[in-house]
Write a protein that binds this ligand. Sequence first.
Ligand code: PLP
Length: 423
Amino acid sequence: MNRRKFLFGAAGVGLASALILKPSDRGVPYSHYFKELNNELIANGPYRPSLLIDLDRLDRNINRLLLDMDKQLSYRVVAKSLPSPGLLDYTMKESGTNKLMVFHQPFLNHIAERFPGTDMLMGKPMPVKSAALFYQKFSNTSGFDPSRQLQWLIDSRQRLNQYQELARQLNVKMRFNVEIDVGLHRGGLQNPAELVLLLDQILADPEHLEFAGLMGYDPHVVKLPKIIKSAETAYAESQSTYQGFLDLLKNSYPHISPKSLCLNGAGSPTVALHKSNTVINDMSAGSCLVKPTDFDLPTLQDFSPAAYIATPVLKKYEFTAIPSIESFKGLISWWDPNTQQSFFIYGGKWMASYESPQGLRDSGLYGSSTNQQMVNGSKSIDLNVDDYIFLRPDQSEFVFLQFGDILAVRGGKIIDQWPILNQ
Ligand SMILES: Cc1ncc(COP(=O)(O)O)c(C=O)c1O
């Protein structure tokens, strides 16, 4: 082969592979659901980034959760995952529970005032100073009684000592739930023998301390790569670890009835596995009710996304112009049809994925902004200035707090606005 032929051949192969790699048009207009939501927001929306909860879908998710839940289990709403008093109130009423799991001292104080009838379990061991702050800020005018309705979470002897000192100083009685490690390795007691020291200390000071139960959180069960361990095996192991602690209680403290204890476990990823024959009697979950993208798990396939970020389009262009390489805009949109249009949206850079219209994405060339993000899409996307684009949060606990009042939507209409929990 002569040199010329070789060069032509190589160029041909290069062009063919480039054409194979050339991105296809991924743009799809609004579905009926999002078209209706867009119309509603254009008519009645706040024209700023907002967080929407679809109550019809939330209802279905609550029903889904409760439908085949073991009737021996109580359901505890994870407050951090639905961080709005209005949303918590709605969820507690719809699911018929007064139990909450709380992770943040300001939320704890707020909830104790706003929902004095709740039963609260802390979801993480709080620094003792944070517990002290709770008592300092708490006024018992609401009727909430921490000595009966609140379980502090403890994970070590050292923390128990700190809390005991605080209880003595304040002359209050504190109830304790003990964090156990059922395989997640995020802390908690590693083996049942460690429980003896804690329990003996708690039982020796009934004026100030009370043992209320155990908490073993198990999301690792469904997150491990199958090649390492199947969900079934990981679940069976976590249950058997939990059972080891219950056996110790039964053998060494027979006067403590497990029925009188809060034996908490699960979380959205594993609720489906705790349906029957579980060692726990108290199941906490929150995220599955709104299903952010992190919860697109096989165990939650019957749950529907119920939360979206909606934000207006501020500017629209029929090209993507990048500073200093403006003259390449034709080439850029020829190469990738998904850059045929560029939109600047109100806000951006949230922990979220573009949902509708489909095929939108952050501009990889322009850089990102929390003020006016450039979003690209093909000409198949029929989107104009003042229309809304919709994103699905990756998680709820942090993202929900970034938009002010949550918009509650039913039948495609905004029917309520719920303030978020104050920091
Ligand atoms: C102790 C504990 N229990 C339960 C949950 C489950 O919460 P969710 O169902 O919202 O994922 C969490 C989440 O972080 C947790 O830390």
